[in-house]
Design a protein around this ligand. Structure first.
Ligand code: ADP
Length: 598
């Protein structure tokens, strides 16, 4: 599973995926805003129910406070007197004043007396302009109800004062019959003004959705839905409301359930409210509170923002995760690539090495072959010289012998023949020398006294030294030193080394060769030019020589090396720090033999 992610989620794909997630989140957020808003509207409506109930209670209390008043005031005899003598000016004056004081005491806006025709005889506001005195209210429902002996309540628009009034009326009886009606008017401005300071507005509407009270004076007597013709007629008849002022409040409502609505009022400016309502059954009214939707909308937006931010954060997290995955995958690919490159490089290098090794082997073979050839060349050069010179001499001696024989000079001929014989001997000795080198006959080795062999070798060379003027300085050991070897062959080695030393000092007038035996080691030191660095590698090769033709075959060191090797010892060449070459023969020590051999 993670593998497929790695393979398919390229950087671009991740961006597309994240972009669509973000778009989806934003679209989903925008789409869910209305329902989120509704949730907060409902919450607002719920919060509004408690203050609404409280307001309804205080309205009820305010209205019912005045209910018993008209009946109590109607009991006064003076009112019956006035109804009996309506033209008694002094009595009217007394009643007017009495009513005025009563109204002040009970904080009613008006208390007034009507006769049975509905004409107002006296009123608490008798002194004020626009007083009811003289006006007829027989068309009003409360009047009719009071005449019937009922206690009434009626909401009405005070056509004279332009304010809303709430009226209670009671019949005035003279003991046997109803002679008039007493009405108390109070206004609910105070109640409305209490609401004006509140956060939300309120409305009290009747069964026709006609606004009776409101904390907003401009909503007074406006209808929340079109009034039917029948309703209009009733209103026009009893002048309950100012029919000319009734107009429609442009209101659109969406139900939120539970007596709650989201309403928009588009009067001057558009306003949006959460409206929660309460029935006031006893008056057939509905009381509603209208809270601005702004806080709820803000809440919805805040919640949405929080959800969106959370979602975006999660998306950002996802994006980071995916990018990390992508980077890891890229890293893996890079690492794999680097590994592949490395492996290829290693393979290439290995192939190169293999090729180099093969080349080396071939070169080595070539070198061996070349070495063989050069050895052969060196050998043939040396041999041809060694043999050509005596052969040429033999030819000369033979020609001479023939000439002398033709002249019967036997003695001369014999002399030449003897020379021929010597030459042949010399060639034979060269040939033996060569055969020995080639075959290296396995002669037995055994314990021998090293210092004795060295002494013999020096004795052999004394002849040559006497002629050349050179000298050997020999430092023998104390007592005999027993080593493994063959007497003649070891002597041949030491002679070779001393001869080479003398050759190296050829240009010196009185050359000295130092020969030392220390332990199982013989050292031969000269004061010549020393061993040439270029030569040191080939010195022990057969037929290698730096000497001029006729002087050396290049076999001395090669043969010596092999002899010492056969004895289980070693032949080491070096240069002395004070100049000249040092050749050392190190031999195997051995136990002394009873009878000295050879
Ligand atoms: P040859 O004496 O016939 O040349 P060797 O095998 O004895 O053959 O010596 C090989 C070469 O080693 C000599 O040609 C010389 O170059 C070098 N060599 C041997 N001994 C000495 C020495 N004592 N000092 C300097 N060079 C030496």
């Amino acid at each position: 599973m993670p593998h497929t992610w790695r393979v398919h989620l390229s950087r671009r794909n991740i961006f597309l995926f994240i972009a669509s997630l973000v778009a989806l989140t934003l679209v989903a957020g925008a789409a869910s805003l209305p329902s989120l808003e509704r949730h907060y509207f409902r919450q607002q409506a719920q919060q509004d129910t408690a203050p609404l109930k409280l307001a309804a209670e205080s309205l009820r209390a305010a209205i019912s406070r005045y209910a018993p008043l008209p009946a109590l005031i109607a009991e006064r005899a003076i009112l019956v007197d006035l109804l009996a003598r309506p033209d008694d000016g002094a009595l009217l004056e007394t009643v007017n004043e009495d009513l005025r004081q009563t109204a002040t005491a009970v904080r009613a806006s008006d208390v007034f007396v009507m006769d049975i025709t509905g004409r107002t005889l006296a009123a608490a506001t008798y002194r004020e302009p626009g007083s009811y005195v003289g006006r007829n209210f027989n068309y009003r429902a409360y009047f009719g109800q009071a005449l019937n002996g009922d206690l009434s309540s009626f909401q009405i628009y005070g056509t004279t004062t332009g304010e809303q009034g709430y009226f209670y009326a009671a019949p005035i009886e003279d003991g046997t019959r109803i002679v008039g009606v007493l009405a108390v008017k109070f206004n609910i401005d105070a109640f409305e003004s209490v609401w004006r300071g509140a956060d939300s507005d309120f409305i009290v509407s009747d069964r026709n959705d006609f606004i009776l009270m409101s904390s907003r004076p401009d909503w007074h007597f406006r209808a929340m839905r079109p009034l039917s013709d029948a309703t209009r007629q009733v209103i026009a008849q009893n002048l309950q409301y100012p029919i000319d002022r009734i107009d429609l409040l442009p209101i659109t409502a969406r139900d939120l359930g539970d007596m709650a609505q989201h309403v928009e009022v588009a009067s001057d400016t558009s306003e949006s409210f959460v409206k929660s309502s309460l029935r006031l059954a006893e008056y057939d009214w509905t009381m509603s509170s209208l809270s601005p939707t702004t806080p709820a909308t803000l809440n919805a937006l805040r919640t949405l923002l929080l959800i969106e931010l959370t979602a975006l954060l999660m998306i950002a997290g996802l994006m980071a995760y995916l990018f990390k995955q992508g980077r890891d995958a890229e890293k893996l690919v890079r690492e794999q690539k680097a590994k592949r490159v490395l492996e290829e490089a290693v393979a290439d290098r290995t192939a190169d090495l293999r090729k180099a090794l093969a080349d080396l082997e071939r070169t080595q073979l070539d070198l061996i072959q070349a070495g063989k050839l050069s050895g052969l060349g060196q050998m043939s050069a040396a041999l041809s010289h060694e043999f050509n010179q005596p052969l040429a001499a033999v030819k000369t001696y033979a020609d001479n012998a023939r000439a002398f024989l033709q002249r019967q000079n036997v003695a001369e001929a014999d002399g030449n023949l003897e020379n021929i014989s010597k030459m042949v001997d010399r060639m034979a000795s060269i040939s033996t020398h060569l055969r020995n080198f080639a075959r290296r006959p396995q002669q037995p080795t055994g314990p021998l006294v090293l210092n004795a062999v060295v002494q013999d070798a020096i004795s052999v060379l004394d002849v040559r030294l006497a002629a050349g003027g050179g000298r050997i300085v020999y430092t023998p050991p104390e007592g005999d030193i027993w080593v493994t070897g063959g007497h003649v062959r070891l002597q041949q080695v030491i002679v070779n080394l001393i001869n080479n030393a003398l050759d190296a000092m050829e240009d010196q007038a009185a050359p000295v060769v130092e020969v030392t035996v220390v332990g199982h080691k013989v050292t031969v030191r000269d004061t010549g030019a020393g061993i040439d660095e270029e030569v040191s590698g080939q010195m022990f090769d057969p037929f290698f020589t730096t000497k001029s033709p006729g002087k050396g075959l290049g076999l001395g060191l090669s043969i010596s090396y092999n002899i010492v090797n056969d004895f289980g010892g070693s032949l080491i060449a070096s240069n002395h720090p004070d100049g000249g070459a040092v050749f050392s023969v190190v031999l195997q020590p051995t136990a002394p033999r009873e009878v000295a051999a050879q």
